[in-house]
Design a protein around this ligand. Structure first.
Ligand SMILES: Cc1cc2nc3c(=O)[nH]c(=O)nc-3n(C[C@H](O)[C@H](O)[C@H](O)COP(=O)(O)OP(=O)(O)OC[C@H]3O[C@@H](n4cnc5c(N)ncnc54)[C@H](O)[C@@H]3O)c2cc1C
Length: 307
């Protein structure tokens, strides 16, 4: 029986484990991936908004986190996927068949990018699907590309690509872009970007490489094709809560609802980081929430032990 089991080793889970260790709790951190860090592996932009640090990308920040984590003394199991959870009993089953039990659980499973779910999207990964304009821009210089989405991330990526690509087609299903005004204005003044609102991308076409996209402007209208050599999709994220949703309170989008102590609707089950924070999904919020959860758990366990 552990004091704490933390699920997910992104910034939120790492911070929780670090603080739990500092507070003398018997802690186990589980991560399904081979590596720690979560979304930090996808942050190719400089991280300038984490107070006191300024790194050229997410991986560099992760290296700094890892130094502290390596010096700590909690147990860490990577490549460990949970197949089911009984939150009330605070019992977790692993893919290996092993059963784990803990006094408290911290869910730090983060979010993943939403997918369009259209033909070609999965098949053409690595063959013209652009993961990040910051990282991939040089590779796509001189090629016509398509960006899907209407929020800040989509527009920022479209603007970056327009610096090196002859044409950028932005496809968005809504009536009006959701991106902040300053970005939308820059978009309007770019002669290389064409915006299709109230439009959906229905197919990505290509065998060895992306060759075109199929776009439908309105329900019922015939789709048409646009020749492009690269496609970048930024249509938001989804919380990784499928394993837990039936057992605790979430909002309509599946984000876990928590109290000011980061506790979920199930006593002694906590949630930290992006998985419970649709409002301000940032590294600093994630690490701060981890510290709160650890402090609350330590106080509760101390109170129990002193009873
Ligand atoms: C392109 C990009 C740029 C960004 N730039 C910034 C920035 O400049 N500044 C900033 O503050 N934030 C930035 N962010 C956001 C920041 O990366 C996130 O807010 C932060 O990573 C959230 O941390 P987290 O630990 O909550 O979740 P995540 O980083 O998503 O980590 C969750 C972890 O849980 C693991 N996991 C999921 N399910 C399971 C399971 N069932 N079992 C075990 N493990 C599981 C995942 O594998 C992952 O490692 C950016 C994000 C992106 C994508």
């Amino acid at each position: 029986m552990q004091d704490v089991i933390i699920i997910g080793a992104g910034p939120a889970g790492l911070s929780t484990a670090f603080w739990c260790d500092e507070l003398g709790l018997d802690t186990l951190l589980l991560e399904q991936a081979e590596q720690l860090g979560g979304q930090l592996h996808r942050v190719y932009n400089p991280v300038k908004n984490y107070l006191g640090l300024n790194t050229s990308n997410g991986k560099e920040l992760l290296e700094l986190f890892t130094k502290d984590v390596d010096a700590a003394d909690f147990d860490l199991w990577t490549q460990t996927a949970i197949t089911s959870a009984d939150l009330k009993a605070r019992r977790l089953s692993l893919q290996s068949g092993e059963l784990l039990q803990s006094i408290s659980i911290v869910i730090a499973t983060g979010v993943r990018p939403r997918q369009l779910g259209v033909p070609g999207e999965k098949e053409l990964v690595g063959k013209g699907m652009i993961e990040s304009a910051t990282r991939d821009r040089d590779r796509f210089a001189g090629r016509d590309v398509c960006v899907v989405g209407g929020g800040d991330a989509a527009v920022e990526n479209a603007l970056l690509l327009a610096e090196v690509c002859p044409t950028v087609t932005l496809v968005y299903r809504g009536k009006k872009l959701r991106a902040r005004r300053e970005l939308a204005q820059r978009l309007q003044s770019s002669h290389r970007i064409t915006v299709f609102t109230e439009s959906v991308l229905t197919r990505i076409i290509g065998d060895e490489e992306v060759q075109a996209v199929e776009v439908r402007r309105k329900e019922g209208l015939k789709p048409f094709q646009i020749a492009v050599r690269g496609v970048l999709i930024r249509i938001g994220v989804k919380p990784n809560t499928e394993l837990f949703r039936e057992q605790l309170e979430t909002d309509d989008n599946g984000y876990i609802r928590v109290s000011s102590e980061q506790e979920t609707s199930v006593p002694m089950v906590f949630a930290v980081g992006d998985v419970s924070n649709p409002i301000a999904p940032t590294i600093s919020s994630a690490t701060g929430a981890g510290a709160t959860a650890a402090k609350v758990i330590a106080a509760r366990l101390n109170a129990r032990r002193n009873d």
